[in-house]
Design a binder for this molecule. Structure first.
Ligand code: CA
Ligand code: CA
Length: 310
């Protein structure tokens, strides 16, 4: 049985000052049990604010101290499995999100998950009498501790955090920076389904269990990776966050171009052409304190040139 970090170990901030919830070695497999982004407080549509006096926003489970991980390394996080509880919740906001002016009060909607019942990809919700939506479970918040000030779990950044990238799914491999000894990995804010942008303010919010294998990547192989870096379904991705989408997009494209240049031994013009020809840009989310954009590049093009991900 794998080591499990229960959902009692949650925080609303990723910080080097956090006491580790668990310790493991590089290469170990660990299970994170997570609460939903409302701190599991919203359980009925009649009480959209929930019953908790002081709920944590976006509670993240952890942190996990990886004993072999030292500053300068990269933490390879293989998402082996995501298992959800059997329902999700969405809530409108009068303050945040693209449509917040549409709402005078907060409204919640609870969606049971059907078939399979465990929130797997085969499960679905009945949005209404005619529309069923298949689930595609993903992780909204996943990050290591930054070297300086702690960063709250509503905000994405170079440490990962609230990236709300719908490509962080079962089978994905996420590379995060190790900024402090042990890395201090935390995660939470599972979504059963979310569209790029997360425009209203939330995904289909839920709780569950994530199984990950964590490995410390060292030396030149680590130095090459522009973290946060992701491999999902045959594509690698840089994930960058900034005050505006324009800035985030530039950062993501430039990070990928520098990676392509170094990994494949190309010059600026060649790497720039490959980016223009093969890279797809996509919006992860537009509703958090910083916006997040990813630049995708086909893994096959890297493989054909002899590059292998660590
Ligand atoms: Ca989120
Ligand atoms: Ca969320």
């Amino acid at each position: 049985m794998y080591m499990t970090i229960t959902s009692e170990h949650v925080s609303g901030i990723l910080t080097k000052d956090a006491r580790p919830a668990a310790y493991c070695k590089s290469g170990d497999t660990v299970i994170f049990q997570t609460r939903d982004c409302y701190d599991d407080a919203v359980v009925s549509e009649e009480r959209p604010l929930g019953d908790k006096a002081d709920p944590i926003e976006n509670p993240a489970t952890g942190p996990l101290y990886v004993e072999d991980a030292a500053p300068g390394d990269v933490l390879k996080v293989e998402i082996l499995d995501i298992r959800l509880r059997d329902w999700g919740v969405m809530r409108s906001s009068t303050m945040c999100g693209v449509f917040h002016e549409d709402f005078r009060e907060r409204t919640a909607r609870i969606f049971p998950f059907y078939e399979g019942g465990k929130g797997t990809e085969e499960s679905y919700i009945r949005f209404d009498a005619t529309l069923s939506l298949p689930l595609d479970p993903m992780i909204g918040v996943i990050g290591t501790a930054p070297a300086g000030e702690g960063i709250t779990t509503d905000t994405p950044g170079n440490h990962g955090g609230n990236m709300d990238c719908k490509k962080i799914v079962k089978g994905s491999v996420l590379y995060l920076p190790v900024c402090v000894p042990g890395g201090l990995l935390s995660m939470g804010d599972l979504h059963a389904l979310m569209g790029d942008g997360e425009v209203m303010i939330c995904g289909l919010e839920t709780a569950g269990e994530v199984t990950v294998r964590v490995t410390a990547v060292k030396g030149g192989a680590a130095a090459l990776l522009p973290t946060p870096f992701l491999c999902c379904r045959g594509r690698v991705m840089t994930v960058q966050s900034a005050a505006t989408l324009d800035e985030a997009g530039d950062l993501a494209a430039k990070a990928m171009k520098e990676f392509v240049k170094a990994a494949l031994g190309k010059d600026d013009f060649e790497a720039g052409m490959l980016m223009s020809l093969l890279s797809d840009m996509a919006v992860c989310q537009v509703v958090d304190p910083l916006k997040t954009v990813r630049a995708e590049f086909p893994l096959e093009a890297l493989s054909r040139c002899g590059y292998r991900l660590p």
